[in-house]
Design a protein around this ligand. Structure first.
Ligand code: B12
Length: 351
C-alpha cells in the first residue's frame, strides 16, 4: 500500500489527529501514572503528539533523519525542565512506536523504524539535550551581547536601545550588531524559554524590543550606493519567525540591493506575483519550524513551473537548514547560507 517514505509521511500528516488520539489512548492504557482527567491537559498532550508526528513526517518527507534527531534532542531539553512525570519522553516514544508499528505494519521496519531507533539513541545519550549558552563574553561583541541581554531580561528597553545606538556608527557596525549581538541574544532567549527560565511573554517582549531597535537603525541601512540588483524576501506560508529573514534582507540592502521584504507567513501566489512585478534576481525564503520545509519545497516547485519567474535564483535558510546542511538541495533551491552575511556572498556568486 505505502510505497515510499513520502507516501507514509503524507499519510501520517493527513491522519495526524487520529494517530495522536491512538497514541494518547495507548499511553493512558499502558502507563497509568500518565493518565490525566483534566481536559485541558489532554488537549495539550494531543497537540504535542501532533507536533511529534509532524516532525517525524517532515524528516521522512525529505529523508533526513537528522531533523528528527534534532527534534528529539530539543524535546529532551524542554521536557527536562518541565514538571512532567519521569520518563515521559521514553513513554511517548514507546507509544508512538507501538501505534505506528500497528498502523504501518508492512512498511514500518523499512521506513519508520530507522527514525524511531535514532530517537532512542538521543534519549539515552547523556551528552545530547544539554545546551550551555549562546552568549560568550570572549566572542566578538560578546560583552555588548551580554549587557544587551541583561537590559532585555530586566525590561529596560530604553537602556537596551541606547547601548546599541551608542555602539553603531556605520553600516559595518550595524552588520556586526546583527550577527554578533541580536542573533546570539535571540538564540539565547529561545534557550531560556525552552529551559523554562523565562515565560512566553518575556520572550515576546525581548523579540519586540530587538525588532524596534532594528527599525531605529534604518537610517544607516538605507545609505549604501545602489548596485542595480533586486531581491524579494519572505518567510514561507505558516511560518511566524521573521527576524532572521529580515536580517538577511537588511544585509542585501546594506550591500546596495533593492529589497522587497514580505515578512512572515506569505501565501505562495503573492510571492509569485511580486517576483513577476519586480523582476527580482533573487528570492530568499526562510523557514524556522521544521514541518514548514515541505511548504518551501512546494513553493519552489510552483515558482519553477511558471515560465516568467522560473529562472529566479532561490536561496533558502533558517533553523532546519542549519540542522541539515544538505536540505537545500532536497527542496530544489539554488543555494543556502548559514547567516545573513554568507547569504549575500552566495547570492552574488549565483547571479
Ligand atoms: C522569537 C521566536 C518566536 C516568535 C517569532 C516572532 C517574530 N516576529 O519573528 C514567536 C513567538 C512567533 C515564535 C513562535 C514559535 N516558536 Co519560536 N522562537 C523564537 C526565537 C526565540 C528567536 C527567533 C529569532 O529571532 N532568531 C534570530 C535569527 C537572526 O536567527 P535565524 O532565524 O536562525 O536567522 C539567521 C540564519 O538562520 C539565516 N537565515 C534565516 N532565514 C534565512 C533565509 C535565507 C534565504 C538565508 C540564506 C538565510 C537565512 O540568517 C539569519 C540571520 O543571520 C527562536 C530561538 C532561535 N534559536 O532562533 C525560537 C524557536 C525558533 N521557536 C521555537 C518554537 C518551538 C516555536 C513554536 C512552535 C512555539 C509554540 N509551541 O507555539 C512557535 C511556532 C510558530 C510558527 N508557526 O512559526 C523553537 C524551535 C525548536 C525546533 N526544534 O524546531 C525555537 C528554536 C526556541 C527553542 N530554543 O526552543 N517563536
Amino acid at each position: 500500500m505505502n510505497k515510499s517514505p513520502q507516501d507514509i509521511s503524507t499519510h501520517i500528516q493527513q491522519n495526524s489527529q487520529l494517530l495522536a488520539q491512538a497514541i494518547l489512548e495507548d499511553i493512558y492504557g499502558r502507563f497509568p501514572q500518565m493518565v490525566s482527567s483534566d481536559p485541558i491537559a489532554q488537549q495539550k498532550s494531543l497537540r504535542d503528539l501532533g507536533f511529534h508526528l509532524a516532525y517525524l513526517a517532515e524528516a521522512m518527507a525529505v529523508e533526513d533523519v537528522s531533523l528528527f534527531v534534532d527534534y528529539i534532542d530539543w524535546i529532551k531539553l524542554l521536557f527536562a525542565n518541565l514538571p512532567l512525570p519521569e520518563d515521559t519522553l521514553n513513554i511517548v516514544l514507546m507509544s508512538m512506536d507501538h501505534v505506528l508499528k500497528r498502523a504501518y505494519s508492512e512498511s514500518y521496519s523499512q521506513f519508520i523504524a530507522p527514525y524511531i531507533d535514532k530517537g532512542w539513541r538521543v534519549i539515552s545519550d547523556e551528552l545530547m539535550g544539554v545546551q550551555d549558552t549562546f552568549i560568550h563574553e570572549k566572542a566578538h561583541l560578546g560583552t555588548l551581547a551580554q549587557k544587551y541581554l541583561q537590559t532585555l531580561l530586566t525590561g529596560e528597553r530604553q537602556a537596551g536601545s541606547q547601548l546599541i545606538l551608542d555602539y553603531v556608527q556605520d553600516i559595518e557596525s550595524v552588520k556586526d550588531v546583527y550577527l554578533y549581538v541580536f542573533q546570539p541574544v535571540q538564540y539565547e532567549i529561545g534557550r531560556l524559554w525552552q529551559t523554562n527560565k523565562i515565560t512566553v511573554a518575556e520572550e515576546h517582549y525581548c523579540t519586540a524590543v530587538t525588532q524596534l531597535i532594528m527599525s531605529q537603525l534604518y537610517s544607516y541601512i538605507f545609505t549604501a550606493p545602489r548596485v542595480g540588483r533586486k531581491m524579494v524576501a519572505t518567510s514561507v506560508s505558516g511560518e511566524l519567525h521573521e527576524i532572521g529573514i529580515r536580517m538577511v534582507t537588511d544585509f542585501f540592502e546594506m550591500n546596495g540591493w533593492d529589497t522587497y521584504y514580505l515578512g512572515a507567513n506569505t501565501p505562495h501566489q503573492s510571492i509569485i506575483s511580486i517576483l513577476q512585478e519586480k523582476k527580482a534576481d533573487v528570492l530568499a525564503i526562510s523557514a524556522t519550524i521544521t514541518f514548514h520545509v515541505s511548504e518551501v519545497k512546494k513553493l519552489i516547485q510552483k515558482i519553477r513551473s511558471q515560465p516568467e519567474v522560473a529562472s529566479t535564483k532561490i536561496l533558502v535558510g533558517g533553523y532546519p537548514f542549519l540542522v541539515a546542511p544538505q536540505l537545500w538541495k532536497a527542496v530544489g533551491a539554488d543555494g543556502y547560507a548559514v547567516d545573513a552575511k554568507q547569504a549575500t556572498n552566495i547570492a552574488e556568486k549565483l547571479i
